[in-house]
Design a protein around this ligand. Structure first.
Ligand SMILES: Cc1ncc(COP(=O)(O)O)c(C=O)c1O
Length: 494
């Protein structure tokens, strides 16, 4: 499969936002606009001594020459058109508050208050914000867990179908793919199903901005047929932090509404350096994504097979294993299971940072996730693997008896999360006495990092037992307000 059109090479070699900012910076214009540092002049000396002053000349504000993110008619518009062409979509919009804001925008663009949407319980926290902001009814899907790999999957086709059969009124489906571990679900099948039934498919593809540009990588959301998807261009490609993009390819959603919503959610003072790097990241991945990600994939593959062959107490799953389970894998993500060292993933992460100057993006009780990006080189992977090898020799304690388990908690959504959020009728009751009440907070034990209660849900005996059991084992519960979980916030008017 040849994913990108070489005929577009000349056009895609341009970077209109970057070129405009560079020529502006070179003209040494006297600034009477925000920001107050005036081309970097008053930036703190210590910072300037380290990074230099020139970069601050890119930190400008909205004026005709550099265009406006909210009503683009010049270089920003051209750069967004180039991005859309590179990804093969009808429109792309730049985001300067990450995929978090893009996820919120997908909800507000595709749904009205009272609509229902099928969504995984293991979604990123910005999805819950989108649910609250848009006033939708979430139809939760419990993700599957693999006890051998200590891993949570994204929603499967069968799960989406089951949910759609049961709730035919659902307006949309929101899927996260790839997951933090690089697991990609059967998006084409899900897209076909959604469209056959007139449903909108939204994809949180925060970790997938690179997929489209190398044939060795899994199918991307837009290739699969998603209506809207959001990608963190800053996570794997070379945009600066907060630089993301929303891609639009839908017959079911009104693009003018998407534009309005995206504008409502973004600052009126976007960071132009972030915008320039979004433009450059698109150019870079279009022109050299194949070559760059061949190298990254080779390095990651080398690391994966070295760990599996030579490091006794650690293991990485591979693409074949994922395929057998019905998923695909973005092999640039290296998940290393460390349970046999007798240490948790958190502990190994901390040793790597303190003793080996290696910082990971993510760890949990069981696993480390090494995120490879366009800038990763083989020497980095060698350093990582060699550090793991020496940690594995030094620590080989008894494997802890942790289990990644989600209770099969069946409950009902009685109120919309938004109505609970806006309500003044919230009180605290003892956990033991909470049965029958409607939850007014989110409580998420780690592991597995999936909420046990969500605002608007009826608290059952099973949920109380699960929370009390979890708290008694000293497992961390995100959302609890005191050291020990004794009270839970509930809605009073029921
Ligand atoms: C699956 C997923 N979605 C959304 C986000 C939010 O992305 P951003 O940091 O670009 O706002 C993240 C961040 O880690 C994520 O992992």
């Amino acid at each position: 499969m040849n994913r990108i059109k070489n005929s577009n090479l000349t056009k895609q070699s341009k970077a209109p936002v970057f070129d405009t900012l560079l020529s502006h910076a070179k003209r040494d214009v006297i600034s009477f606009h925000c920001p107050g540092h005036k081309n970097g002049r008053s930036i703190d000396k210590e910072l300037k001594d380290y990074v230099g002053q020139e970069v601050f000349k890119f930190d400008v504000t909205v004026f005709d020459e550099v265009d406006s993110l909210h009503d683009p008619v010049g270089p920003i518009r051209k750069a967004q058109e180039l991005m859309a062409e590179a990804y093969g979509v009808r429109h792309s919009l730049f985001l300067v508050n990450g995929t978090s804001s893009g996820n919120m925008a997908m909800f507000l663009s595709a749904c009205n208050p009272g609509d229902s949407i099928i969504v995984s319980r293991s979604s990123h926290k910005s999805i819950m914000t989108g649910i609250i902001m848009s006033g939708v009814w979430p139809i939760w899907v419990q993700p599957k867990i693999d006890q051998n790999l200590d891993l949570i999957f994204s929603m499967t086709y069968d799960q989406v179908k089951e949910a759609l059969d049961k709730y035919p009124e659902a307006k949309a489906v929101l899927v996260t793919s790839p997951t933090y571990n690089g697991i990609v679900t059967e998006l084409s099948k899900i897209a076909d199903l959604c469209h056959r039934r007139g449903k909108i498919l939204l994809v949180d593809e925060a970790h997938g901005a690179h997929l489209h540009f190398n044939d060795r990588l899994p199918e991307s959301a837009v290739e699969a047929g998603a209506d809207l998807c959001v990608q963190s261009t800053h996570k794997i490609l070379s945009a600066m932090s907060q630089g993301s993009a929303l891609h639009f390819n839908s017959k079911l959603v009104d693009f003018n509404r998407v534009k309005k919503v995206v504008s409502m959610l973004q600052t009126t003072s976007p960071n132009y350096l972030t915008l320039a790097t979004l433009d450059l990241a698109r150019r870079q991945v279009f022109l050299q994504g194949k070559k760059d990600f061949d190298k990254v994939l080779d390095a990651a593959e080398w690391g994966r097979s070295y760990i599996n062959k030579n490091i006794q107490n650690m293991k990485c799953f591979d693409r074949k294993e994922m395929n057998k389970l019905g998923f695909d894998l973005d092999e640039t993500k290296l998940t290393v299971n460390v349970t046999k060292t007798g240490l948790s993933g958190y502990e190994v992460e901390s040793i790597l940072a303190r003793e080996y100057r290696i910082q990971l993006d993510y760890a949990d009780l069981f696993n480390l996730v090494a995120i490879h990006g366009e800038g990763t080189i083989k020497a980095d992977v060698e350093a990582f693997v060699s550090a793991l090898e020496s940690i594995s020799k030094k620590y080989h304690g008894k494997q802890k008896n942790w289990i990644l388990k989600i209770p099969t908690l069946s409950t009902e959504m009685v109120m919309k999360p938004r109505d609970v959020f806006l309500s003044n009728s919230i009180t605290k009751v003892r956990l033991k006495k909470a049965v029958g009440h409607i939850a007014a907070q989110i409580l998420t034990p780690y592991p597995p990092g999936i909420p046990v209660v969500i605002p608007g849900e009826r608290i059952t005996q099973e949920i109380c037992d699960c929370l009390m059991d979890t708290a008694s084992k000293g497992i961390r519960i995100s959302g609890q307000e005191n050291d020990k979980l004794r009270m839970v916030k509930v809605f009073t008017n029921f």
